[in-house]
Design a protein around this ligand. Structure first.
Ligand code: SF4
Length: 118
């Protein structure tokens, strides 16, 4: 995860994919019942994609590629902090952790440029 976050912060292109991404896929290979294969996940992903598009003000779909620059990070983080992603995250077991991270201003997270406050 650290390496992936570092590449993205450095300007690597991200691609919207169906199913587990580069962060989740390694866990899916070693866990007996991976979270990403739960029946609720595709619907959650579909909702999340629609909400990301709304937060960015443009269509976003599978196969789209873009750089997660400071402006996009700020928009998505503000949207999450303000509850915009609640419809997609409602069934997720990680939601309390994600809410705490957002409420804390994303302090200590890996996905920030060198000139952003920690
Ligand atoms: S609560 Fe967090 S981990 Fe769960 S779907 Fe939402 S953003 Fe992802």
């Amino acid at each position: 995860m650290t390496a992936t976050a570092g590449r993205l912060v450095s300007g690597a292109t991200a691609e919207i994919v169906d199913g587990p991404d580069d962060i989740c896929a390694p866990l899916c290979r070693v866990e007996e019942h991976p979270h990403c294969h739960e029946a609720t996940v595709p619907e959650r992903d579909r909702r999340a994609l629609a909400l990301v598009a709304a937060a960015l003000g443009r269509p976003v779909g599978t196969g789209d590629r873009f750089v997660l620059d400071g402006m996009i990070r700020a928009r998505l983080r503000a949207a999450y902090r303000d509850g915009a992603f609640e419809p997609a995250c409602a069934l997720c077991e990680w939601q309390p952790l994600c809410r705490d991270i957002a409420a804390g201003g994303y302090a200590g997270t890996l996905f920030r440029a060198a000139d952003e406050p920690a």
